[in-house]
Design a protein around this ligand. Structure first.
Ligand code: NAD
Length: 368
């Protein structure tokens, strides 16, 4: 089987879906791997490392992609890239086919078999392929470091000849994968850490990391281990209690999300106005609109002394390790598609059947 990987084209994207490590494994399993020159440079993987791993280096994206049976990517390829692929070619990456009509249409009209990895069910078996989790881990980690960098305070408690410094109070809003990594990271830096979420099971997870669970009296577990959107009454209750609490917080890290919807607005402009000057909000949800009303995606703004950062591409800030993890996730997924080195997807496998886009009707899956 021929596997093609081209450089990512999205602005700010530094990661790659293939590392020399996963390239070597794919080559060992009998694949021909074609890599566009410079593929891993932004993530600090040199071309020579790919050739050492058995890749065929090619000069441009068309040479990497046309004729490939499987194409790996981090972000959705542009339409002109999709046009390069052969009908029936398999595309694996974070593809968001429904977010862009032209791209979705190109996938359909071109007859591509797309596996948007963000659609993977979050089952135990899928964990090793779960790019949302692996990338959220890096995002949560970097978000805390940005908060520490912007804050005019220490995170840890210090007892010095110049007196005692009290530890910073960090609040993590949303305790999913990114939020839990944020809690762990802030804790390691010595802050007093609290977290809250609308899924009740997060209490134990937050406490196991040494954080305190902030109970805002709202519980809203949804389907598939995710949260559901709050009702108006629930939101009002959450906001009343949160607004009070934020007055004593030095750094708030916002990570709350509800699948398929814009990020819930949790921190209102009035809450920001109530925070102490010098406090910081890092809104990891900026990419999907932000959890804070004052967030401007991609910018850091000063709102009457409160610093509000809306960083984008957080996972790309740790491009080497983020790529290591992303590429292993992709490699593990590709194993589901191959039988003795040949492309032979088993449509009875629920991970493939539930991830493929456009969705296949169950009858057709069985017929295959
Ligand atoms: P996510 O990015 O969709 O959301 C982040 C967090 O925001 C979630 O914890 C959610 O509950 C929370 N949230 C939503 N609305 C909120 C609100 N109004 N106030 C406060 N918090 C709010 O979620 P995620 O991090 O990708 O994953 C969420 C869940 O999926 C977790 O339980 C995670 O452990 C689970 N998961 C399971 C597997 C697996 O078993 N294979 C893999 C990954 C994640």
């Amino acid at each position: 089987v021929t596997i093609g990987v081209a450089r990512e084209t999205a602005a700010g994207e530094r990661r790659t879906a293939l590392t020399p490590e996963t390239c070597k494994k794919l080559v060992a399993s009998g694949a021909e791997v074609r890599v566009e020159r410079g593929l891993g440079v932004a993530a600090h993987f040199a071309d020579a490392a790919y050739t050492d791993a058995g890749a065929v280096l090619v000069d441009d994206a068309p040479a990497a992609l046309s004729g490939a049976a499987i194409v790996l990517c981090v972000r959705p390829p542009e339409v002109d890239r999709l046009q390069l692929l052969d009908p029936g070619a398999v595309l694996v990456g974070v593809l968001q086919p429904e977010a862009d009509d032209a791209r979705g249409e190109a996938i359909v009209t071109r007859g591509l078999v797309a596996f948007p990895l963000e659609r993977l069910p979050r089952t135990t078996r899928a964990q090793s392929m779960d790019v949302l989790s692996s990338q959220a881990g890096m995002a949560g980690y970097k978000a805390v470091l940005i908060g520490a960098q912007l804050a005019p305070r220490f995170f840890p408690m210090l007892t010095t000849a110049a007196g005692t410094i009290r530890p910073s109070k960090v609040l993590v809003v949303g305790a999913g994968v990114a939020g839990l990594q944020a809690i762990a990271t802030a804790k390691r830096l010595g802050a007093q850490v609290e977290g809250f979420d609308v899924r009740p099971e997060t209490r134990e997870q937050i406490e196991s990391l040494g954080g305190r669970f902030l109970d805002l009296g709202v519980s809203a577990a949804g389907e598939g281990g995710y949260a559901r959107a709050l009702t108006d009454e629930e939101r009002a209750e959450q906001q009343r209690r949160l607004g009070e609490h934020l007055r004593g917080i030095d750094v708030a890290v916002c990570t709350a999300a509800v699948p398929g919807r814009p990020a819930p607005k949790i921190v209102t402009a009035a809450m920001v106005a109530g925070m102490r000057p010098g406090s910081v909000i890092v809104d990891l949800a900026a990419e999907s609109g932000g959890n804070c009303e004052a967030t401007r995606p991609g910018e850091t703004v000063d709102v009457d002394g409160v610093i509000v950062a809306g960083p984008l591409d957080l996972a790309s800030m740790g491009a080497t390790h983020a790529s290591d993890m992303f590429a292993r996730n992709v490699f593990n997924f590709v194993q589901l598609l191959l039988v003795e080195g040949a492309l032979a997807p088993d449509w009875h496998d629920e991970l493939l059947a539930r991830t493929v886009w456009p969705a296949r009707p169950a009858a057709e899956r069985v017929a295959d």
